[in-house]
Design a protein around this ligand. Structure first.
Ligand code: KG4
Ligand code: ZN
Length: 354
């Protein structure tokens, strides 16, 4: 069985983990850089890469210590190769390659979004897709929103994606408009808890067939720019009194409802067309309780098996990197850590690189 050290530095989390056999998480160390970026209202790439450089060695040692493992126990290292912030990816890749070189073991470069999907199988009771049949995965993170059909290891087909903002990005921008700070998703969820989701009806972002969906079915594609603009205009017309906590909660709840409802509608449409698929949700926004409730209701109403990522592995972490790396290593897959790929598309070519 392989023991793999995973390293994740694609954005504002500095993470390292040790995973056995691709699925058994022995440690999962995460340093979140939120405090370093908060005053700027979002992630500052140069601050992120410097912070990775500063804290990664301690995080790696912490992951080994928590796992009760020695350097000599490792059979491989897995690093996030992309997509993500270039200078941040470089720190993790370089560290992983140096460790692997020193130990004389392979270093694997893995896809961050594929790893978010692998996070589904880190829960002990979840079978990998080869064993359980095809999955319809709603992948919702800060940079990506996609409907992905998963048939097995590295067998992915993107059926739909956002034509503008990602769901997490929409929540982050909404939170900023409401004065809730960064990161916005958890702040909106917390504020929404005391609010009325029906207080304001925000648009659900339908994508028309003449939009930029390429070969993808518009009915499976998402759009979140409208909901964000609607909140902006609403606040211009009805400015929010800083002390009006109830209205802020109502707006957060209505906004969250619009984002979640847009996701659910597209997912339902895809499930109608793929009657045998199980349903799954992965990525940072997959932590959201309202989204999880709605997913449970959708799966129950249609009699579909539902897999939700364990909340501990929804947002960026290295257990998902080490896990996927371990499976790739055991199956002898080609996953070179030969360089970073900041714009690596899911299961394919880079979106804006040569
Ligand atoms: O997957 P992730 O950690 O990083 C990327 O790969 O982008 O996702 C980060 C996103 C952020 O937009 C954050 O606001 C959102 O996930 N998020 C949430 C929650 N926790 C994190 N959104 C809604 N509710 C949450 N509880
Ligand atoms: Zn992520």
């Amino acid at each position: 069985m392989t023991t793999v050290l995973g390293i994740e530095t694609s954005c504002d989390e500095t993470a390292a983990a040790v995973v056995d056999g691709g699925f058994n998480v022995r440690s999962n160390a995460v340093y979140t850089q939120v405090a370093r970026h908060a005053r700027y209202g979002g992630v500052v790439p140069e601050i992120a890469s410097r912070a990775h450089l500063e804290v990664l060695p301690d995080i790696v040692e912490g992951a080994l210590r928590d796992a009760g493992a020695d350097w000599g126990d490792l059979n491989g290292v897995a690093v996030t190769k992309g997509p993500g912030l270039a200078t941040s990816l470089l720190v993790g890749l370089t560290c992983g390659r140096a460790v692997a070189y020193r130990l004389g073991i392979p270093c694997l470069g893995v896809h961050h979004i594929e790893a978010h999907i692998h996070a589904l199988y880190l829960s002990p009771d979840v079978a990998p897709p080869e064993d359980g049949g095809p999955l319809m995965v709603l992948l919702v993170s800060g940079g990506h929103t996609e409907l992905i059909e998963v048939d097995g290891l590295r067998s992915y087909r993107t059926l739909g994606r956002t034509t503008d903002d990602a769901a997490g990005e929409a929540l982050d921008k909404g939170a900023s408009l409401l004065g809730l700070g960064y990161p916005g998703g958890p702040a909106i969820e917390k504020t929404a808890a005391d609010g009325d989701p029906n207080a304001v009806r925000f648009p659900r972002g339908d994508v028309r067939s003449d939009s930029k969906t390429g070969a993808l079915h518009p009915e499976y594609c998402f759009s979140f720019s409208g909901v964000k603009t609607a909140l902006l205009y609403h606040l211009r017309e009805h400015p929010l009194d800083p002390g009006d906590d109830q209205r802020r909660s109502d707006l957060a709840a209505s906004y969250q409802e619009a984002v979640v409802d847009s996701l659910i509608r597209k997912l339902e449409r895809a499930l109608d067309d793929y009657p045998d698929h199980r349903v799954a949700c992965a990525g940072g926004v997959g932590r959201n309780r309202r989204l999880r409730e709605r997913l449970e209701a959708v799966a129950e109403a249609r009699g579909r098996h539902l897999i939700l990522t364990d909340p501990a592995y929804c947002t960026d972490n290295a257990a998902m990197i080490a896990g996927l790396g371990g499976v790739l290593l055991e199956r002898g897959e080609n996953a070179p850590a030969d360089g970073i790929r900041p714009s690596w598309a899911v299961g394919g070519e880079d979106r804006d690189e040569g």
